[in-house]
Design a binder for this molecule. Structure first.
Ligand SMILES: [Cu+2]
Length: 119
């Protein structure tokens, strides 16, 4: 069981090292942060270039309703590593950010994280 888990882990890690899929480098709001002022945008910087056509960024509130506009877009000019979306005015509460990207090497990665808007 442990060996199987390790093999799976290696299978997941090795291609990353070899081909550098795009993974989040930092974000605003930051992962797990509580922000006093509701953000107008959510931005994630990645560690590799992105294929704009295949990237999306969605923000949902605690009830699961989408509070971002559109599917987000890759901002060109910053080596195409910045994915951002505009969000509606956010009430205090917990929000979850869902991202899905395809790196310039053609590999897909996705994930999610939460942040909180303080009252
Ligand atoms: Cu890759």
């Amino acid at each position: 069981m442990r060996r199987a888990a390790l093999t799976t882990l290696l299978a997941l890690l090795l291609p990353i090292a070899a081909y550098a899929h795009a993974f989040p480098d930092r974000s605003r709001p930051r992962v797990g942060a509580t922000v006093k002022t509701a953000p107008h945008h959510v931005r994630i910087w990645f560690d590799a270039g992105l294929e704009a056509l295949f990237c999306s960024l969605t923000v949902k509130n605690a009830a699961g309703q989408v509070v971002s506009e559109g599917r987000g877009h890759v901002v060109s000019g910053s080596h195409d590593r910045l994915l951002e979306t505009t969000v509606k005015p956010l009430a205090p509460g917990k929000y979850r950010v869902y991202w899905s990207v395809v790196a310039v090497d053609g590999h897909h990665t996705e994930g999610h994280y939460m942040f909180r808007v303080g009252g």
